[in-house]
Design a protein around this ligand. Structure first.
Ligand SMILES: [Zn+2]
Length: 197
């Protein structure tokens, strides 16, 4: 856990993630040099922290593995949509459906309860499910916004292998963060050196 927290802190957010939770979701499983992957949604506790940091769920929401799985599954669909947009090819229908389903699934209504002593009140029968469905709906709506807004023209994939993150381009910068930029420059310099040798 602690080791992971350090890892995450060391990787700056990609450009555009702050404005677009869907972009942050797409980038939440990061391919790192050396063949490692850091999955910010790898466990329910991590998924909960990820949501809480973005104001998408309260602290201590008590996510279950099934909730983290739902988030990871939406992530794959959103990644597929972003990749289609970047490549300029039609989206997979299943990915479009997944985003629309998440957006329109109405969280369980707050039901009327009646306490013998204190009387009537309302409460969600499955509060955690409602929290996760709200979060999925908000992220899916943002994915739809991102893909149809002027920002979509700036959407691109980080050009510094093995990074698999998406970003919103600013100027000519093709990488998601300074660390990827430094790695790309170092790789270019190395290639130049080995060519001249
Ligand atoms: Zn990158």
């Amino acid at each position: 856990m602690e080791e992971f927290a350090t890892e995450e802190a060391a990787l700056p957010a990609a450009q555009g993630e702050a404005e677009h939770p869907a972009l942050a979701l797409a980038n939440s499983a990061v391919a790192l040099p050396g063949g490692h992957t850091a999955d910010l949604l790898g466990t329910p506790a991590r998924a909960e922290r990820w949501l809480a940091r973005r104001g998408l769920a309260p602290d201590g929401a008590g996510l279950a593995e099934v909730c983290a799985t739902q988030l990871r599954s939406l992530r794959e669909q959103v990644r597929s949509l972003l990749a289609s947009r970047v490549a300029g090819v039609p989206a997979l229908p299943a990915a479009v459906t997944a985003v629309n389903d998440a957006m329109t699934r109405v969280p369980t209504a707050s039901l009327l309860m009646w306490d013998e002593k204190t009387g009537p009140y309302r409460a969600a029968p499955h509060p955690t499910t409602a929290i996760v469905e709200h979060a999925l709906a908000a992220i899916a709506a943002d994915a739809a916004d991102l893909l149809t807004s002027p920002d979509a023209a700036r959407l691109t994939a980080c050009a510094s292998p093995p990074c698999n993150r998406f970003l919103l381009k600013q100027g000519r910068r093709q990488w998601c963060c300074t660390r990827c930029g430094d790695r790309a420059r170092a790789a270019r310099a190395y290639a130049r050196r080995t060519r001249t040798d």
